[in-house]
Design a protein around this ligand. Structure first.
Ligand SMILES: NC(=O)c1ccc[n+]([C@@H]2O[C@H](COP(=O)([O-])OP(=O)(O)OC[C@H]3O[C@@H](n4cnc5c(N)ncnc54)[C@H](O)[C@@H]3O)[C@@H](O)[C@H]2O)c1
Length: 261
């Protein structure tokens, strides 16, 4: 089992929601945190509300230099990286094509920008963050975990062709990285997993169609949104338990999975 005390977590999307909750949970257990986010004011506010060893880095995860700066900061300030949590993410929901109910002809379609922006942050941003962090983990002999965040949306949710596609892609990364690190004799040093939450009470849900969200919640057996602390607790368990590697762990309160159209 790994101990969180004095271990260093690099968390993107750390100014809000799940990333923020993981940071707080990690600090409570005696760990140290490098908190990255593009939202400068929210990031400073988040750090001001925390007790413990926290360093903030304003970073846009779509930029290579920013991700390198994030990882370098962890090494310079704390000498190691043990948890990589690339949790920065967005949604920009919409149907790919919207035919008019009366004429049957398409009146609206998802723009290239709407598709690519989600890919840039949720997929390319994750790639850059984990590449830069694990490079330093290897070069500094760090033991720990890359914990990605997929989603139940990875199974395919109507209105989220952009988001679902990125989360499905993220879901395959633990298998790829576990195999790659194993091949290089690093399998016992750096593990990789993903969590796949259902609907968690964070600001990201404000971007969803609220009627659709209400309807979805009627299909959640626990009858409520997941709390961010519940997700943070899972991330910390995945970090500590070294038997867990290469897989995707769902946390959705029993949600009936799959889109019903
Ligand atoms: N909330 C949910 O129901 C839910 C469910 C499944 C998966 N997730 C995933 O969890 C992750 C965190 O989501 P959340 O619910 O905490 O959302 P959130 O909106 O509360 O937090 C996301 C954070 O990412 C930051 N961010 C956005 N673009 C960025 C960029 N280019 N560079 C750096 N930071 C950037 C935002 O400023 C924000 O602080 C996301 O990847 C999301 O897809 C969330």
């Amino acid at each position: 089992m790994l101990d969180i005390k004095d271990a260093v977590a690099v968390i993107t999307g750390g100014a809000s929601g799940i990333g923020l909750a993981v940071a707080k949970y990690w600090l409570q257990k005696g760990g140290k945190v490098v908190l990255g986010d593009i939202a400068e004011d929210a990031l400073e506010q988040a750090a001001a509300d925390m007790n413990g060893d926290v360093v903030t880095v304003v970073c846009n995860v779509t930029q290579e230099d920013d991700c390198a700066k994030l990882a370098d900061t962890a090494i310079e300030r704390f000498g190691q990286i043990n948890l990589v949590a690339p949790f920065a993410g967005i949604i920009m929901d919409g149907l790919m094509l919207s035919p008019d109910r009366d004429t049957g002809k398409v009146t609206r379609k998802m723009s290239l920008e709407q598709f690519q922006r989600v890919v840039d942050i949720n997929l390319t941003g994750v790639f850059l963050t984990i590449r830069e962090c694990t490079e330093r983990m290897i070069n500094h002999n760090c033991r720990g975990l890359v914990c990605l965040v997929s989603s139940t949306g990875s199974l395919g949710t109507a209105g989220q062709i952009n988001y679902s596609a990125t989360k499905a892609a993220v879901s395959v990364m633990p298998k790829v990285l576990t195999a790659e690190f194993f091949r290089r004799g690093l399998g016992n040093m750096i593990r990789c997993v993903a969590i796949a939450p259902g609907y968690v009470a964070t600001p990201i849900l404000e971007g969803m169609n609220q009627k659709a969200l209400e309807k979805i919640l009627t299909n959640v057996p626990i009858g409520r949104l997941i709390a961010t602390e519940e997700v943070a607790s899972l991330v910390c368990e995945l970090y500590q338990n070294e038997a867990l590697a290469g897989d995707v762990f769902f946390i959705h309160g029993g949600l009936r999975l799959g889109s019903k159209g």
